[in-house]
Each structure stands twice: as C-alpha cells, then as structure tokens.
Design a protein around this ligand. Structure first.
Ligand SMILES: C[S@@+](CC[C@H](N)C(=O)[O-])C[C@H]1O[C@@H](n2cnc3c(N)ncnc32)[C@H](O)[C@@H]1O
Length: 349
C-alpha cells in the first residue's frame, strides 16, 4: 500500500520534517498545549500536515493547494468519512486482472502511450480512470471511496511514469516496459478535525479572515521560482479531472490553468499580502525558503529574495531563522552547490 510520502514531488519537505519541528519548538513550545490548529497553506504532498497530525497536541488541520490532483489525494488520505475497505480491495483485484489486449484504445493510450507510459499501461490507466467515474455515477462507491481509488491510480501511475520526476518531459529512445500495477493508498485514521481546500492561497486566507478564524500555526511553503507546479504535474491534473483536453507540445500539456503568482514578477507583493492577512488570524507563521538565488538558470532563480522574506515577516512578527544544508531537486542544469534551506519562524506580537 502507498503511504502519503511515497511520491516524487518537487519541493516536498519529507526530509526536513524534524528540522521544521525543532525550529518551531525553539520559538513556540507547543508540548504543554492542546487542540492546536495547523494551517498548511501550500500543502503540496501533505507530508507536513501528516507529521503534525501524529502529535497529540494538534487537533485541527486546514490543508490547501490549488492543484486538483493534490486536493483529491488529501481527500483520499485525510478525509475521515467512512469507507468499505473490503470493497476497495475487491476493485483492486478486478483492476489487477485487466489485460491490455482486451481493452480498446482510449484517450490516455492515444495521448500518452509510448511516451509517458507503455502503450499497454496507458490503455489500462485510461480504462481504470473511466471505470472510477462510472462507479461514482452508479453510486457503487461514495465520494471518499472514489477519492481513495483515484488517489491510488495517481500514485500507481506516477510510480511507473517515464519521467525525471515531473511531467515537463519524458525520456525518449527507451523501450518502455509494461510496469503498471494498481496498488491502494493507505488512508490516515485520525480524530482530528480536517478541512481540505483547493483554492488560491491568498483568496482562501482573505476568506478565513472574513470568518474571523483563529489559527495557531500557519506553515507557508510557496514555490519560489518560475516553474509552475500545474505545468510540472499536468498529467496528474488531466488524470484527476478526466476532462480529456486537447494537448499541446512535446510534453503533451493542456491549456494552462492555476498559474501561480508566486512564480511571476508579482511574487513579492503576493507574499506580502498573504503574510499580512495571515498575521490577522494566526499566532505563529513558519516559512520554508530555498536559497537557490545564485542559480544560473533563470527559471530556477528565486522570485523573492531572502531579505525580502525576512523584511515582510519582521513587519508583522518577531522573526527568527534557521539554516540547513539540504540537497534539492535539480534537473541537471542548475548548480545548487551550497544550496540552503531556511526556516523562518515569526511570532505574531
Ligand atoms: C513547495 S510546494 C509545497 C510542498 C509541500 N510543503 C510538501 O512538503 O509537499 C508549493 C505548492 O504550492 C502550490 N501552489 C502554488 N501557488 C499556489 C497558490 N497561489 N495557491 C495555492 N497553492 C499554490 C503548488 O501546487 C505546490 O504544491
């Protein structure tokens, strides 16, 4: 079964969880507190929320990311609605017996066969995806079960995809093997209250301000360079929505959607707006920052500088920061020598 972190994702903080925790503890000792609320503003894989969910002091979580695939994955793993695991196991068995030779060509085999997946694997992936919509329509599964089955398809397809970790390109001139195996994800069981959103972070925070929400800790981990996550993970987005869009270019991307302001020139003012609004409703802001500013490639160069982050945080909080060496994702072109990961902790006054 797939656990939540068993996924390749640019910028995932899987290896930094203890560091984030110890930086937080230095400024906000939560160990004698209870029912704390945690807001994962750019949740990505969700590993940071999963980590704090295991701490008994935390009782309320808000996870947000504007990608469709991430939101379905949060529903699959974190949503606490009931589901029938035996039923899901039996669908898994059905999918395990599928034979590509018995399946007709479909959108996925025509678009991605021989590119991101072998022809046979893409046929099965496309067949399973359409079958999941039928199961939901015919009420053979509830929404939670549908999200578990769809997240399982996303993890299973992603594990074998012919990529370098994201879908900006596929490796050409290699013989693609049939490797697809449909495995289930392992949903997380918790007594915490968990809210899941798929919204632009700045808009969500404005809405939470209007509702006068009170949140203990917000974890802020936006993208810092011009590489758009919706473009990197376009195939998972297409598979989630199953809207069978027209695709363009060598990497077979659909029309752009969910382009982040954090990847554009307006990143600084967008970050400032976010922090100023979060300061109205949160006690502690934790910001994760990758110092790739020295990078030679313009797409990897940061849109917001370290000092700008610090200045913005200092304008609303008592700010400390911690530096760690961290081996980051690199496409090969970028020189990330001396790469640093920085954690800021801002206590709102
Ligand atoms: C650095 S990743 C977060 C990684 C995450 N902390 C983890 O450990 O997996 C940044 C995330 O922000 C999301 N994102 C970018 N701009 C956004 C926006 N304006 N609103 C909501 N989500 C956004 C991206 O989809 C991406 O998943």
């Amino acid at each position: 079964m797939f656990s939540l972190p068993s996924r390749r994702y640019t910028g995932a903080k899987t290896k930094l969880l203890d560091k984030i925790d110890s930086a937080l503890l230095q400024n906000f000792d939560y160990r004698d507190k209870h029912n704390l609320s945690f807001f994962d503003v750019f949740a990505g894989t969700g590993v940071v929320s999963e980590y704090f969910l295991q701490k008994p002091q935390f009782g309320c979580f808000i996870l947000n990311d504007f990608l469709h695939s991430n939101a379905v994955i949060y529903q699959g793993f974190f949503n606490q609605d009931s589901f029938d695991f035996k039923k899901l196991e039996s669908f898994k068995q059905d999918f395990a017996h599928l034979q590509a030779k018995d399946i007709k060509e479909n959108y996925y085999s025509k678009a991605f066969g021989g590119k991101f997946f072998s022809k046979n694997d893409s046929k099965i992936i496309g067949y399973v995806r359409d079958r999941l919509d039928c199961l939901l329509e015919q009420k053979q599964v509830n929404e939670k079960e549908f999200c578990i089955l769809l997240s399982s398809l996303l993890y299973s397809a992603d594990r074998i995809a012919n990529t370098v970790g994201h879908y900006d390109a596929y490796r050409k001139n290699i013989a693609l093997q049939d490797r697809f195996v449909y495995e289930l994800i392992e949903p997380i069981v918790s007594n915490a209250e968990i809210e899941i959103y798929r919204q632009d972070s700045n808009l969500l925070v404005k809405n939470l301000c209007k509702q006068n929400r009170q949140i203990d800790i917000a974890f802020i981990d936006p993208p810092y360079n011009s590489r758009q996550y919706s473009r990197f993970y376009h195939l998972l987005e297409t598979l989630t929505k199953n809207n069978k869009p027209q695709l363009y270019g060598i990497a077979l991307k659909p029309e752009p959607e969910n382009l982040s302001k954090y990847c554009k020139v307006e990143a600084k003012e967008t970050f400032k707006d976010l922090v100023e609004n979060l300061a109205k409703i949160c006690k502690v802001l934790v910001v994760s920052y990758n110092n790739t500013y020295a990078s030679k490639s313009s797409s990897s160069r940061n849109k917001i500088g370290l000092q700008e982050i610090q200045k913005t945080l200092q304008s609303v909080s008592k700010t400390s920061f911690y530096e760690f060496d961290f081996k980051a994702f690199s496409s090969g072109k970028t020189n990330l020598d001396g790469h640093k990961e920085i954690i800021f902790v801002g206590e709102i006054q």
